[in-house]
Design a protein around this ligand. Structure first.
Ligand code: IGP
Length: 260
C-alpha cells in the first residue's frame, strides 16, 4: 500500500536527518525561534468567506510529474496575489519531489501563512517544521494514534504552530475532534486507493462541530465543486493539481470563485 511505502521512506529520511542534526539539537534550535501565539493560519479563516489554500506541488504518486516547469517561488507569489488565504508546500522528497527549502524560500516572499505538507510521524519533524518556517503542519490521522495526535497538537501549541488534522472517514473525524483539533481537513482522496470523491467532505462536514475550521482537500476542479462545498458549510478548500496545471493561476482562482 502506497501510504505504508511513504511512511517507510519517511522513517528512513528522519533517521538520516537525525544523523546530521540530533533531536536535542533540533529542539534547541526550534526554541530559539519566536513563538507567534496568534496562530496566523487559523486567523486567516476568521471571516465567513470561502477560503483557498493553494498548493505548490511538483509531483504526486498518483499523477506522476504535474509541473515540469516548477518556479515554486513565483507560483506562491501568484497564489498570494490571486487572493489565497494560505499556501501549502509539499516538502516530501521521495514521492512528491518536495524539499524543505521550497517552504523556507516561499515563506520569505509571501505574507500569508504557509502549511508544511509532509508525513509527520515523529516530534522531530514538528521541531523541524518550526525551523524551516512553517506556520502550520499536517497531521494525518490514518498514520497516527488518537493520543499521538493530541500530544502533537500540544507540542504545536507550544511552538506557535497550527495543526491541520487530516481525516478521511467518520471514525477519523471523531478521533480528530476528541484529540482537540481546531482545523480539520477532509481528504477527498483515499490515500490507500487514490480514489477521489469530493462528496466525502460534504458528507463528513455534518460530523464535525460547526465552530471548528473544516477544509475540503483534493480533487477540486470546478466552480460548481466550490459552490457545493460552500453550501455544505465548508470553510476552505485545499487545491493543488487544478492550479498547478493552469498557466494563469489568478484566472483559474477567479473562475473557481465564479459561483460564490
Ligand atoms: O492536487 P489536489 O487533488 O488538488 O490535492 C491537493 C491536496 O489535497 C493533496 O496534495 C493532499 C491532501 N492530503 C495530502 C497528504 C499528503 C500529501 C498530499 C496531500
Amino acid at each position: 500500500m502506497i501510504l505504508d511505502k511513504i511512511a517507510e521512506a519517511t522513517k528512513l529520511r528522519i533517521q538520516r536527518e537525525k544523523a546530521t542534526i540530533s533531536l536535542p539539537e533540533i529542539i534547541k534550535q526550534a526554541k530559539e525561534f519566536p513563538v507567534d501565539t496568534s496562530f496566523p493560519f487559523e486567523k486567516a479563516f476568521s471571516n465567513k468567506n470561502m477560503h483557498f489554500i493553494c498548493e505548490v506541488k511538483k509531483a504526486s504518486p498518483s499523477k506522476g510529474i504535474i509541473a515540469d516547469d516548477f518556479p515554486y517561488i513565483q507560483i506562491a507569489m501568484e497564489y498570494e496575489s490571486a487572493g489565497a488565504s494560505g499556501i501549502s508546500v509539499l516538502t516530501e522528497p521521495d514521492f512528491f519531489l518536495g524539499k524543505d527549502c521550497y517552504l523556507t524560500q516561499i515563506k520569505k516572499k509571501v505574507t500569508i501563512p504557509v502549511l508544511r505538507k509532509d508525513f509527520i510521524l515523529e516530534p522531530y519533524q514538528i521541531y523541524q517544521s518550526k525551523i524551516i518556517g512553517a506556520d502550520c503542519i499536517l497531521l494525518i490521522c490514518s498514520l497516527l494514534a488518537e493520543e499521538t495526535v493530541k500530544e502533537y497538537i500540544s507540542l504545536c501549541d507550544t511552538l506557535g504552530l497550527s495543526a491541520l488534522v487530516e481525516v478521511h472517514d467518520e471514525k477519523e473525524a471523531y478521533a480528530a475532534v476528541r484529540a482537540g483539533a481546531r482545523i480539520i481537513g477532509v481528504n477527498n482522496r483515499n490515500l490507500k486507493t487514490f480514489e477521489v470523491d469530493i462528496h466525502n467532505s460534504i458528507r463528513l462536514r455534518k460530523h464535525i462541530p460547526e465552530h471548528l475550521i473544516c477544509i475540503a482537500e483534493s480533487g477540486i476542479k470546478t466552480s460548481q465543486d466550490i459552490k457545493n462545498l460552500q453550501t455544505a458549510g465548508i470553510d476552505g478548500t485545499l487545491i493543488g493539481e487544478t492550479l498547478m496545471r493552469s498557466s494563469d493561476k489568478k484566472r483559474m482562482l477567479d473562475a473557481l470563485r465564479e459561483l460564490l
